[in-house]
Design a binder for this molecule. Structure first.
Ligand code: SF4
Ligand code: SF4
Length: 361
C-alpha cells in the first residue's frame, strides 16, 4: 500500500504497545482486541509488508470512530486517527472500500449527506421559512440534525428565537465535508465539499455551528486542508454561553440533577468544556460523570450506526452505564448525533436530554 513515511512511522511505532486499549469505546463494546488502535496498526503494518491484502483489514479500518481517545492517551505521541484516515483515503484511491462504505460515500457525493435523504420534516421546513431572510448570523444545522434528528434542529432554532436572536438558516445548506472526511479522509472530493461550504459561510459575519462534528471540521479540519473561512465561527454551545452571559436565555431551574456528556469534538479537539457547563448549570444541578472533559468517552453516533448498529448501541449503552453506576438519572448531550445514539438504547433508568431540551423544559 502506498502510504506516507509519516504514517508508516506511526504504524510501526504504535503496534508494539497496548496502553490505550482500555479507553477505546469500540474495543470495549466489541470486546475484541482487533478493534483497538494497536491491533489496527498491526494489521496495517502486515499490509505494508505484503503479508496480507488491504481488503482483509478494511472492516477493521471502518470500526474506528476517530474519537481520538487513543491519541489523547498515548504518552509517546503516536496518532492512530491519522494513519486510520490515511488508509481510508488509500483504499478509496485503490477502489478497495467495503460496499457498505461505498453506499454512504455515493450518498455524500450525490446528496451531500451519507443518509441519501433530501427531504426535510414538515416542522423544520416551516421553521426554515421563518429564517430564510439574510441576516448577519447564520445558524448552520448540519446533515444529522436536518435529515435524521429534525426535532432537535427545530428546538435549536426555537432556543435562539426565544433569546431574540435574528438569524438565518439556509434552505439548501451545503455539507461541511465532515462525513466525507470520516469516510475517505483528505480526498479531493472532501476538500471540494469543504471549499464550497466555506464560500457559503463567507456570506455571513458570524456562523453558529450546531453540530460539534461540523464545528470541528469547519474550525479545525478546514485549516488542515488549506480551506479558509472569513466568517467568525462559533459553536452552538459557546453561542448559548454568550447569550447566557448577556441575560438572554432567561435561565430558570428545572429542578433536575444531570451529568454532561462532553462531545469529544468540543472537549478534545476544540478545547471547549466550560461553555456547555455554564449553560447547563443555569437550568439544572450539574454533576460530573467519570471520564469527563478531554477524557470523555464517545457515546455513539448515527453515521456508524448505518453499518455497525449493534456495536454502536453497545457503545451508547456502556456510556449510559457510566452515569447509572454513580447513581445519576439524567444525561445532557451537546451533540445531536450522540443524543440520537443514546436515545436508541432501550432503557428506562436514565433520561436523555439535549441542552435545548433543558432550556425549553
Ligand atoms: S496509540 Fe500509543 S498508547 Fe495506543 S497502542 Fe499506540 S503506542 Fe500504545
Ligand atoms: S480513535 Fe477512538 S475508536 Fe479509534 S482506535 Fe482510538 S480510541 Fe478506538
Amino acid at each position: 500500500m502506498n502510504m506516507s513515511e509519516k504514517c508508516k512511522q506511526h504504524v510501526d511505532s504504535c503496534r508494539f504497545c497496548w496502553m490505550c486499549h482500555h479507553i477505546c469505546p469500540i474495543g470495549n463494546a466489541t470486546g475484541h482486541e482487533r478493534s483497538t488502535a494497536r491491533a489496527r496498526a498491526l494489521g496495517i503494518s502486515l499490509v505494508n509488508r505484503g503479508a496480507i491484502e488491504l481488503d482483509e483489514i478494511m472492516d477493521n479500518i471502518y470500526e474506528c470512530c476517530t474519537c481520538g481517545a487513543c491519541v489523547h492517551d498515548c504518552t509517546t505521541g503516536w496518532d492512530p486517527v491519522m494513519f486510520t484516515k490515511e488508509v481510508r483515503l488509500r483504499a478509496a484511491l485503490e477502489n478497495k472500500l467495503p460496499e457498505y462504505i461505498n453506499i454512504l460515500l455515493d450518498n455524500c457525493l450525490n446528496t451531500g449527506s451519507a443518509y441519501g435523504k433530501t427531504e426535510l420534516c414538515d416542522d423544520l421546513t416551516a421553521a426554515l421559512k421563518v429564517h430564510a431572510d439574510k441576516t448577519d448570523i447564520l445558524l448552520y444545522l448540519g446533515v444529522d440534525a436536518r435529515y435524521m434528528v429534525c426535532k432537535q434542529a427545530v428546538k435549536a432554532i426555537k432556543v435562539l428565537e426565544d433569546a431574540d436572536v435574528k438569524f438565518t438558516v439556509l434552505e439548501n445548506e451545503p455539507a461541511s465535508g465532515a462525513q466525507l472526511d470520516f469516510l475517505i479522509g483528505a480526498a479531493n472530493e472532501t476538500k471540494e465539499q469543504m471549499t464550497a461550504c466555506a464560500k457559503a459561510l463567507d456570506e455571513f459575519k458570524t456562523v453558529v455551528v450546531y453540530d460539534p462534528n461540523d464545528a470541528k471540521a469547519i474550525k479545525q479540519t478546514f485549516k488542515e486542508y488549506g480551506v479558509e473561512t472569513k466568517a467568525e465561527i462559533i459553536t452552538y454551545t459557546a453561542f448559548l454561553a454568550k447569550l447566557h452571559d448577556e441575560g438572554k436565555l432567561r435561565a430558570k431551574s428545572t429542578g433536575k440533577t444531570v451529568v454532561f456528556q462532553d462531545p469529544y469534538q468540543l472537549s478534545r479537539d476544540l478545547g471547549e468544556t466550560e461553555e456547555a457547563r455554564k449553560v447547563i448549570s443555569a437550568f439544572a444541578e450539574l454533576h460530573e460523570m467519570l471520564l469527563n472533559r478531554a477524557e470523555t468517552v464517545w457515546a455513539g453516533n448515527i453515521l456508524m450506526a448505518e453499518y455497525l448498529p449493534e456495536v454502536i448501541n453497545e457503545v451508547s449503552a456502556r456510556r449510559l452505564y457510566n452515569a447509572e453506576s454513580i447513581g445519576e438519572t439524567a444525561v445532557v448531550t451537546a451533540c445531536v448525533s450522540e443524543y440520537a445514539a443514546l436515545k436508541n438504547v432501550e432503557q428506562n433508568e436514565i433520561e436523555i436530554l439535549s441542552i435545548e431540551d433543558l432550556i425549553l423544559d
